[in-house]
Write a protein that binds this ligand. Structure first.
Ligand code: BG6
Ligand code: MG
Length: 218
């Protein structure tokens, strides 16, 4: 049977956690007198925790000590985890299980490829952890997206050639990472934003099983 490697980003692809990242960053920014907007939050999609805080400090024209930086990172994550604690399978984005189940039925290997260090607990909360053959997340990489490292490791775990991997991503950095890795990139979100992707859909309800089957047959 034809096998391809299917790699999914987490935040914004499987679950809509951007709203929780927003609330946690907003609270944190407020505590150091920085204003934080929804537009700025958009720019943090796919961006690692460290890089996100660096950006927020730059927007607010603030410099802080390394100790303070570490404390703020911890504080943000504690706040974020308080939202995650309340998550359940209702927060899975529409038709994600349909696609995952189709891939499993077709015996296609599936990996997570996420920048988040909270990926495993989130997948556990929404009851999807068992659907994945491999989990590659922020704990496994030293280079954040748009560096392709996370997807290269995922392909290795799945034992699938790079050009036979397909990546689902909602962030520009993630699409760029997939393209650099020589993988097929599927953007989930707005065409104006994700125009570098090979294919773009607003969400998984627009993706038919026949499209997935074509990818498998390629
Ligand atoms: C990405 C999110 O998936 O993970 C970013 O899009 C987030 O917004 C990054 O900053 C790191 O996540 P975490 O859970 O390790 O803070
Ligand atoms: Mg994402």
């Amino acid at each position: 049977m034809n096998k391809k490697g299917f790699i999914f980003d987490l935040d914004g692809v499987i679950v809509d956690t951007a709203k929780y990242h927003f609330l946690a960053w907003k609270e944190l920014a407020k505590s150091i007198d920085i204003d934080f907007t929804h537009e700025q939050n958009e720019q943090l999609k796919g961006v690692s925790r460290v890089k996100s805080l660096e950006k927020i400090l730059a927007w607010g024209n603030k410099t802080i000590s390394e100790t303070q930086f570490k404390a703020l990172m911890l504080k943000k994550n504690e706040e974020y985890l308080s939202y995650i604690a309340k998550m359940d399978d209702k927060e899975i984005l529409p038709d994600v299980p349909k696609i995952l189940n189709y891939l499993i039925q077709k015996e296609q290997p599936i990996s997570l490829g996420s920048a988040s260090k909270n990926a495993r607990p989130i997948l556990e909360k929404v009851n999807l952890l068992s659907k994945f053959n491999a989990i590659v997340d922020g704990n496994d990489v030293s280079n954040a997206k748009p560096d392709p490292e996370v997807f290269l490791i995922a392909a290795k775990h799945l034992n699938i050639k790079l050009e036979n991997c397909i990546v689902f991503e909602d962030s520009v950095a993630g699409v760029q990472a997939a393209n650099t890795a020589n993988m097929i990139s599927i953007g989930i979100g707005k065409k104006e934003v994700l125009h570098e992707a090979d294919y773009i859909f607003s969400d998984f309800t627009e993706i038919e099983n026949s499209f997935i089957q074509e990818l498998i047959n390629r």
